[in-house]
Design a protein around this ligand. Structure first.
Ligand code: G6P
Length: 608
């Protein structure tokens, strides 16, 4: 939820930390702070609001220190205020600490500390960590952190510096990501590679219950039990410009327009056109069991969950596998009872979503096999699953997920197709699918070419406070995802519904001031969707249809029609969602919303 960035080296830390914070701002943006060590003095600054506020505060100050830690916050305990911003300090201001996650036993620890005279200056759970590390400090900072780790329950990614340990940063992790970046005479740590990718592409992922001490000479990693850990560095594929706007006004728009390339990246090297079979190297470790599997449970949150909902229909169409899709936050508390050889597929952009991680851990305890569809290489979900498929979509910075959804849909299709070809699909069906998949990037460009028209449609309706999104079968999850996009970035109330449910309630809402976005491609549900549109029009509700090119009937019925090229039934979601993304984007823009950083939301939800 929050972002951490640390530097130790020979250059001035302040600009590197500020730059890193800007890259992480999408993870949390209600307050920010940094601490830079200059000999035995530590300069610490905190502000509420965006990173720009912190920058204004310290821009003119010449801070020479070459070691520092910085944080951007998304409040969980205590309102966004300067006192609650990180770094948090101990009473003597020797320890400066930043923290992502939640300390679950902080009430007990706080009471105990207060009894022995500690005065708290914030409402955060984080402050207990600073006091405990100070109490446990005996000249050795990583030992003090290790002792503290044994006292706290909950999750943390943390970084700490000590006034009397210049040139050293100690970081630790339990349940919240922390990655170390290796440079020449300098080292970095961050909660997300985006903060470091400008300086290094050599990284080491810290595992849960590990800590590391960083200096300009090197790093040492050890476990909570003080066992030294040797770990090889990995190379990150992302390029620094992936995290730049490159002329777009918002990351969300840039990422929407990247989507033809996103599909290419998801299918590159994975198609065997002649055989009609995809190649997915990442699932080879489980292939023998997977191809016999007849029961899959997809678990995910947010937009990734809606990708899973589309995946259910695709799997059921192409394979003989029965599929359940469940919100990870619900799944983790169910009494699980699977048939033998059940596969759990966790879908996650970040690979760090707390509920999704908890769900796979619970499923593993109950004997299921685990697979991941993940974007962030080396993330927790990718490491805790037996096998998986990476999205290779590069960083997604806009909080509202767009290109990753497209990537997840593409990969779910590849997986279903691969299994289907071993179960029931003919060569002809396989070849047809691969041909249609390969055509998608260019077809998507045709959808994006209508951006000006979609903007005009948004201009017509953005003042309306309640919207309905309707679809059937493959279109139903797209209706839910379309409604989610609109509400999260424009704050317009929107509902996504299965069109067949209209007469069980939502039709009562229809009036001339409630626009309906109908997902109505020429698929097997087309006629039934037309009936729904009739019902809406006879109640004078405006209809924006997302329909297949050349569908003359829909033009007579709907008020506005956004056209998508023709494809196979199960690939329509990939094309239909893009107009929904653009509609949401333009409505939000007309309403002057903070598109990339919508209020109260965070990109990566690493707490329950
Ligand atoms: C947050 C993000 C969403 C995302 C969801 C699941 O709510 O704002 O965009 O869909 O988390 O995240 P994941 O990283 O697991 O896909």
């Amino acid at each position: 939820m929050c972002g951490i960035v640390c530097y130790v080296g020979k250059k001035k830390a302040k600009p590197i930390l500020l730059e890193g914070l800007k890259r992480l701002e999408y993870r949390g943006y209600d307050s920010a702070g940094l601490a830079v060590q200059d000999g035995n003095h530590i300069h610490c600054f905190r502000t509420t609001g965006k990173i720009i506020e912190l920058e204004k505060k310290i821009n003119d100050l010449d801070i020479c220190g070459t070691t520092g830690i910085a944080h951007t916050r998304w409040a969980t305990h205590g309102e966004p205020s300067e006192a609650n911003a990180h770094p948090q300090m101990d009473q003597d201001e020797n320890i400066f600490l930043i923290h992502n996650g939640i300390i679950e036993n902080y009430h007990t620890l706080k009471k105990r500390l207060e009894k022995s005279g500690t005065v708290f200056r914030s409402e955060t759970d984080t402050e207990v960590l600073a006091h405990l590390i100070a109490l446990n400090f005996d000249g050795n900072l990583d030992e003090a952190v290790r002792k503290t780790m044994a006292q706290v329950e909950g999750t943390f990614g943390l970084a700490v510096i000590h006034r009397h340990k210049p040139g050293e940063v100690v970081v630790a992790r339990r349940g919240s990501p922390l990655i170390i970046g290796i440079g020449k005479d300098e080292n970095f740590a961050a909660s997300d590679v985006a903060a470091m990718v400008r300086y290094t592409n050599k990284v080491i992922h810290l595992n849960d219950n590990e800590l590391a001490s960083l200096s300009d000479e090197g790093i040492t990693i050890s476990t909570a039990q003080a066992k030294t850990v040797e770990r090889a560095t990995e190379t990150v594929e992302w390029q620094p410009e992936d995290a730049e706007l490159n002329g777009f006004p918002h990351f969300m728009l840039k990422e929407i327009f990247e989507q033809p390339e996103t599909i290419r990246n998801a299918i590159r090297g994975r198609l065997e056109p002649g055989e009609g079979v995809p190649k997915l190297g990442g699932i080879m470790p489980v292939w023998e069991k997977l191809k016999e599997c007849r029961h899959v449970v997809i678990v995910a949150c947010g937009t990734s969950y809606y990708a899973g909902c589309v995946g259910r229909y695709t799997f059921e169409k192409l394979t003989e596998i029965g599929v359940e899709v469940e919100l990870a936050s619900e799944f983790r508390y169910r009494k699980l009872n699977f048939p033998p050889n059940t596969f759990i597929i966790a879908i996650s952009q970040s690979g760090e979503t707390a509920d999704t991680l908890a769900a796979i851990r619970e499923a593993k305890r109950k004997g299921a096999h685990l697979m991941g569809i993940v974007n962030v290489v080396g993330s927790s979900i990718s490491r805790e699953t037996e096998a998986g498929i990476y999205c290779h979509a590069g960083p997604e910075i806009g909080v509202a997920s767009t290109k990753i959804f497209i990537s997840q849909l593409t990969i779910l299709t590849l997986l279903a197709l691969l299994l289907g070809r071993h179960q029931k699909l003919s060569l002809t069906e396989g070849v047809e699918a691969i041909k249609a998949l390969s055509a998608l990037p260019d077809q998507l460009k045709r959808v994006l070419a209508q951006d000006n028209y979609i903007q005009a449609v948004a201009e017509k309706y953005y003042r309306w406070n309640n919207w309905l999104f309707l679809g059937r079968k493959y279109g139903y999850p797209i209706a839910m995802e379309g409604a989610l996009k609109l509400k999260e970035i424009s704050y317009i109330h929107a509902e996504g519904y299965a069109a067949g449910e209209m007469k069980h309630g939502p039709i009562a809402l229809i009036n001339p001031e409630m626009p309906t976005v109908a997902i109505v491609p020429k698929d097997s549900m087309h006629e039934k969707m037309l009936n729904n549109i009739h019902e809406i029009k006879s109640r004078r509700g405006p209809v924006i249809a997302i329909a297949t090119e050349g569908d003359e009937k829909i033009k007579e019925m709907a008020d506005d029609v956004i056209e998508i090229p023709q494809t196979l039934d199960y690939l329509y979601p990939i094309l239909c969602v893009v107009p929904c993304q653009l509609l949401a984007y333009h409505c939000a823009r007309f309403l002057n919303r903070e598109i990339d950083k919508p209020r109260n939301l965070a990109k990566s939800v690493t707490v329950e």
